[in-house]
Design a protein around this ligand. Structure first.
Ligand code: XMP
Length: 507
């Protein structure tokens, strides 16, 4: 299906390239990412987007395209940042290279509010990240927008070829999505993106890739691994799903996970390993060391139970994947410490034995895929929960008693959010332990007890996050319940830190 009228996004190495694909999908069109080397074989695209990139067009061996081939495609073209500068050169203009990279917000002032800028405000914020600027324009080139200083930031060649200096795909470009949509309106009969089609394609890919082999996957009860397991089951391949209980789960979570999978008809094997984890973590306070212990032990326990599976499937999502090379197709996944199952995983990756069917997707797309697989609403809408579990919410030493406090407080907080209809309005919420004993009064006695910190954030992809202005009623009710019902706590705090500079988790 891809060879017909899809949007071809050509990667020049920008960290945002995948985001362009995602935005096009968000606008309802089918997009496909191509490495630069594949430029000659884009099939039959309906529109082409040339991404930004870290290089300067003036560098020797700067990434280049066959301009004749581009014209042969005879479809609308949008060059973003590097893509625009390259088009400018190709059409006969000139680029001024600079060592200094302009990074951050700028004001977009369209010359007219039609075509690419139809419906766009007279002035709106856009996000810049570039080093080259336009010096000379080709003869038939028009400037269609400038920044607040009058510098050209958008060019048009002919009827359907555009360049923009800024990144419309990032949310900091406030009207970027509309600009992308306006561009796509210049194309003829683009193929629509439907999650159903995408799912069908994923299922085919999985069947083809796996064949008669056996796949093993780890499940945690979280959205990603659940969607992965159900997807694998749906594909009909031979699979095993393993759930390692490391003892760092939330209140009643193990039973909940087992029930959920039973409801979905997926068999899971539980490996009970709490004691092994707790004994290795005893007395350890350094956060990275804790993650390392959990990560290594997790893989050890997981691997012991895997036996001799041929392929390992992981629910890696796009934000987990940090592009190492400029070519997104040869991406090397560097997953958070916990997931970075070092040697064994790398070895398997090199042998092509790791399957990551969700690696192109963002969280909300995974949720949509989950819904289309028939996974129930409450499972699909679950907040993300980190692999190392409550360990990243328990600074300092991890003890059974500290975990009890976090579990109880978390359960109280989450149930209040659910009762008041706030659970689904936030990206993630939890209680963390503040391992400092401060003074309080209980009865007639002075008490020295721990504090807990409640955190609720909104986020689009966990890369940045903002704290949520929860109604005081909820905070008051939660705090009241915690202080009354959870022994060992005499203070409840609400975390009002954005990410960055804070992170979502506590360590
Ligand atoms: P931070 O704390 O880095 O979290 O702002 C961003 C998102 O990632 C989750 N997180 C993890 N997930 N293993 C995981 O699987 C980890 O080690 C880990 N650390 C953080 C976190 O819950 C949030 O959704």
């Amino acid at each position: 299906m891809e060879e017909n009228r899809h949007v071809a996004v050509v990667d020049f190495g920008s960290q945002y390239t995948q985001l362009i694909v995602r935005r096009v999908r968000e606008l309802g069109f089918f997009a496909k990412l191509y490495a630069l080397e594949e430029f000659g074989e884009l099939g039959k695209p309906g529109a082409i987007i040339l991404s930004g990139g870290p290089r300067s067009t003036s560098e020797e061996d700067a990434p280049d395209i066959d301009f004749g081939r581009l014209q042969d495609y005879a479809v609308p073209v949008l060059g973003i940042c590097y893509g625009m500068q390259l088009l400018n050169i190709k059409f006969g203009g000139n680029v001024e290279a600079s060592d200094h990279r302009e990074y951050g917000p700028a004001v977009l002032v369209p010359e007219s509010r039609e075509g690419l800028f139809e419906g766009i405000s007279q002035e709106s914020q856009v996000w810049m990240s570039h080093s080259d600027t336009v010096r000379e324009l080709a003869e038939d080139c028009r400037v269609i927008a400038r920044n607040q200083h009058g510098t050209p930031v958008s060019l048009q060649w002919g009827e359907r070829c555009f360049g923009i200096q800024f990144h419309p795909e990032v949310t900091h470009s406030h009207e970027g999505l509309r600009i992308l949509d306006n561009f796509l309106q210049h194309a003829d009969s683009l193929q629509e993106f439907r999650i159903e089609d995408f799912k069908r394609e994923l299922l085919e890919e999985i069947r083809e890739r796996v064949g008669e082999k056996q796949v093993v996957c780890g499940v945690s009860g979280g959205v990603d691994s659940t969607v992965l397991a159900v997807l694998l089951k749906e594909s009909g391949i031979r699979m095993r799903a393993i759930f390692v209980d490391h003892g760092l789960l939330r209140k009643d979570e193990g039973d909940e996970v087992r029930n959920n999978f039973r409801r979905m008809g997926v068999d899971i094997e539980t490996v009970e390993a709490s004691e092994r984890f707790m004994s290795k973590l005893a007395g350890v306070t350094d956060p990275e060391r804790k993650r390392e212990i959990i990560g290594n032990l997790f893989i050890e326990v997981f691997w012991d139970s895997v036996g001799d599976a041929d392929i390992l499937a992981q629910g890696t999502l796009y934000p987990d994947v940090i592009e190492s090379a400029s070519n997104a197709k040869t991406k090397a996944s560097k997953i958070k410490t916990h997931h970075n199952r070092v040697d064994r995983i790398l070895e398997l990756q090199e042998q092509g034995k790791v399957l990551e069917p969700l690696a192109e997707l963002f969280k909300d797309e995974v949720r949509e895929l989950g819904r289309s697989l028939g996974i129930e609403h409450d499972i699909v809408q679950r907040h993300p929960f980190p692999g190392p579990g409550l360990a990243v919410r328990c600074p300092g030493e991890i003890t059974a008693d500290r975990l009890r406090i976090i579990r109880e407080c978390d359960a109280i907080f989450i149930s209040r959010l659910k009762n008041h209809g706030w659970y689904e309005k936030v990206w993630q919420a939890y209680a963390a332990l503040v391992p400092v004993k401060t003074v309080g009064v209980k009865g007639d006695e002075r008490s020295y007890e721990f504090a807990v910190s409640l955190r609720a954030v909104v986020s689009e992809d966990a890369m940045t996050a903002d704290w949520v202005e929860l109604p005081y009623d909820i905070l008051r009710e939660t705090s009241h319940r915690i202080l009354n019902d959870v022994p060992g706590v005499n203070r409840v705090l609400y975390d009002v830190s954005t990410k960055p500079p804070a992170s979502i988790e506590w360590e």
